[in-house]
Design a protein. Structure first.
Length: 88
């Protein structure tokens, strides 16, 4: 369908991408957002996502993770090929 693959399960995103998008929008509206007055911003970022109806996923983007896995598999295959060429 239109070149898009149907994902299995709910779609996930890198939470910082969503937070960044929200912050860019707020700044474009002339506001000055702050995420957490002190400490690690992860908890306030997760709360923001939940307020938007988004379940934060620690693994981030499923598509990016799958591409990383494919890239690592290609690298492993190259090393396997090299080690087979060097064996007596």
């Amino acid at each position: 369908m239109g070149g898009h693959e149907q994902a299995e399960g709910p779609e996930t995103y890198n939470p910082w991408s969503i937070v960044n998008l929200v912050f860019e929008h707020l700044v474009s509206e002339g506001l000055h957002p702050v995420l957490g007055d002190a400490g690690h911003p992860g908890d306030p970022a997760a709360a923001l996502l939940r307020a938007l109806g988004i379940t934060p996923a620690a693994e981030g983007s499923r598509q990016a993770a799958e591409e990383t896995k494919r890239g690592l598999a290609r690298i492993r295959a190259r090393f396997d090929d090299m080690s087979q060429d060097e064996s007596p």
